[in-house]
Write a protein that binds this ligand. Structure first.
Ligand code: HPA
Length: 272
């Protein structure tokens, strides 16, 4: 079966769970899973019930695709995403994005937890991603191209929609929320960076670094899907007194910043 046939099969099975056509796809990053509480949930499908979806490696944390309403608009939300460091292929990581596009989404919102390198940042700050640097080993578009999905050589001059960034800035300002704009560097993980690596990434032009998002964005842009993404800064890589980072700290900082991120996502969905 070709990628297109896999996608069509996946979509036909999802349609048996719900006929809903979502307008927006939302990917929830580490520690940001409580956004679920903002949803008027209509249907929740465990990833395990969706054919061709990557199979979760962590028992009890399989994740699910949630259909519901936010600000009166139909959305589909990925509660749990797939990471390259878990051993998935880049194509697997990006597969659910293709599925959401085929379900009808016109806009993709992504969130993630990231380490901050910009000296202005504090833990808990929000950074709207204006551009990215991919240091992932493998591009998800490697291999035969499916022309029905997108071009062989996609343009990446504006992966993150300027219009949505401007809209988000207005939403944040009206809500009294401070947001930064910056460049996100995608790395494979699963190690956090060494001090030398944080410094190098900063010199290369990155304001934040994380282990997700870039492959999903590449595939979304391949399909000409407008993208908006935001990082919650959960740790500061270049602080002089920086010593250790734990996953628990990342999750805690992300959860604390979640209401701010949720306000921006809700505002963007409402403005559609
Ligand atoms: N580095 C990479 N990924 C991350 C970090 C970090 O410092 N924080 C949260 N995700």
């Amino acid at each position: 079966m070709s990628l297109l046939q896999h996608l069509q099969h996946t979509v036909s099975i999802i349609r048996q769970f719900t006929p809903t056509v979502p307008q927006v796809g939302i990917v929830l990053g580490s520690g940001l899973g409580n956004f679920k509480a903002e949803l008027e949930i209509e249907c929740e499908i465990p990833y395990g019930d969706i054919p061709h979806f990557p199979v979760s490696t962590v028992e009890g944390h399989g994740g699910s695709l949630i259909f519901g309403k936010v600000a009166g608009k139909q959305v589909v939300c990925m509660a749990g995403r797939f990471h390259y460091y878990e051993g998935y292929t880049p194509q697997d990581v990006a597969y659910p994005i293709r599925v959401m596009k085929m379900l009808g989404i016109e806009l993709l919102l992504l969130s993630n937890a990231a380490g901050g390198m910009n000296h202005a940042f504090h833990v808990g700050d929000l950074m709207i991603i204006k551009d990215h640097i991919s240091l992932f080993a493998v591009n998800p578009l490697l291999g035969p191209n499916e022309p029905q999905l997108g071009p062989r050589f996609p343009d990446m001059s504006e992966p993150y929609s300027h219009a949505l960034i401007e809209q988000a800035k207005v939403i944040a300002e009206r809500a009294g929320l401070q947001v930064y704009l910056g460049v996100y560097c995608g790395v494979t993980g699963p190690t956090f960076e060494t001090r030398a690596e944080y410094n190098m990434l900063h010199i290369l032009g990155a304001d934040a670094v994380g282990m997700s998002t870039v492959q999903e964005v590449i595939v979304a842009r391949h399909m000409d899907l407008p993208v908006f993404a935001i990082s919650v800064i959960t740790d500061l890589g270049i602080r002089e007194d920086h010593n250790t980072i734990t996953h628990a700290e990342v999750l805690e900082a992300a959860a604390a910043a979640e209401p701010k991120m949720a306000a921006i996502f809700k505002g963007l969905v409402a403005a559609l």
